[in-house]
Design a protein around this ligand. Structure first.
Ligand code: OGA
Ligand code: MN
Length: 297
């Protein structure tokens, strides 16, 4: 029996669920099952009015599976516990930092359509972002439905990509953003993992495109043909009818499935406006093959 109110924001793609207070019901199995069922059907689930502490957000994320605790923004002094990433334009003292600040250069990668952690072997399953402070203007997060995109691709392109794999690595996304890791000298060069262009959800059987800014090279194709095909897939995936733009309110918890959704921070960002969120990322079930090994990732 449904306990939550379901409000479809984009048919088959985004649903808003009301009637749960996760701070109180984090571990309620019935409500959790209803959220999981919604996650299987939709790519994005919005839960308004959740004012979760870092620990509550982490505990909720861990209900879905093991969460990512690897390295985050190298320039940011961490104030949140391991497993909780700070996505904000604030410094550790809570004050606004300028867009040119080292921490912001790293988060600027979020401006490009991507799938979280696709540069790792397992990728990410669900990411959840909880809004603590939101700007009065702009600051949206945009999502694109790559399951619908795959279903509506011209048959010739669908046939062409069947069986193809792309390499995903931070070095590809960083080449796009121009980001230079200030600590790169002390680390190994970023790993690359190969993942099929088409992901199949083991539970629902639904297929989706697995691409985004970390994908940079298709195995067996030359660099130019790779780039042309990846650009074409991205532009198909992000057609306006496949998109949903989330306008944040304080306390919103938005969960998305990185295996069927691409996301990015929208362009309407006012650097004078505070924007602060916390993210927990659940590890995915991909079986990427390492091309360059980097045990740190
Ligand atoms: C993220 C992300 C986009 C945003 O946290 O993974 O891509 O709008 N965020 O901040
Ligand atoms: Mn992201």
């Amino acid at each position: 029996m449904q306990k939550l109110t379901h409000n479809v924001l984009h048919p088959g793609f985004v649903v808003e669920l009301r009637g749960v207070d996760l701070a109180r019901h984090t571990l309620d199995p019935d409500r959790f099952a209803e959220i999981v069922t919604a996650m299987d059907e939709f790519g994005v689930v919005v839960l308004p009015g959740q004012n979760l502490t870092d620990q509550q957000l982490l505990a909720f994320g861990e209900r879905f599976g093991p969460v990512y605790k690897g390295p985050g923004n190298p320039a940011r002094k961490k104030t949140a516990p391991p497993g909780v990433a700070e996505i904000s334009n604030l410094g550790p003292d809570g004050e606004l930092v300028p867009p040119a600040h080292e921490t912001q250069k790293f988060s600027d990668g979020n401006r490009f359509w991507h799938s979280d952690l696709s540069f790792t072997a397992g990728g990410a399953a669900h990411s959840m972002l909880c809004a603590l402070e939101v700007p009065a203007y702009g600051g949206e997060t945009e999502f694109a439905d790559t399951a619908r995109a795959l279903e509506t691709l011209p048959a010739a392109i669908r046939d062409k990509i069947a069986g193809l794999k792309a390499l995903h690595s931070l070095r590809f996304s960083r080449a796009k953003t121009g980001y230079v890791d200030p600590f790169q000298d002390k680390r190994q060069k970023p790993a690359a993992f190969s993942h099929p262009l088409v992901y199949t959800n083991a539970k629902t059987g639904r297929r989706s495109l697995y691409i985004g800014s970390h994908a940079g090279q298709i195995e067996g194709l030359d660099e130019e043909s790779s780039t042309v095909l990846l650009d074409e897939l991205l532009s198909e995936a992000t057609q306006v009818e496949n998109q949903y733009s989330h306008r944040w309110a304080v306390g919103d918890l938005v969960i998305w499935d990185n295996r069927r959704v691409l996301h990015r921070r929208g362009d309407r960002v006012d650097p004078m406006e505070r924007r602060s969120m916390r993210r927990v990322t659940v590890l995915g079930d991909l079986t990427g093959v390492a091309v360059d090994e980097n045990p740190a990732l």
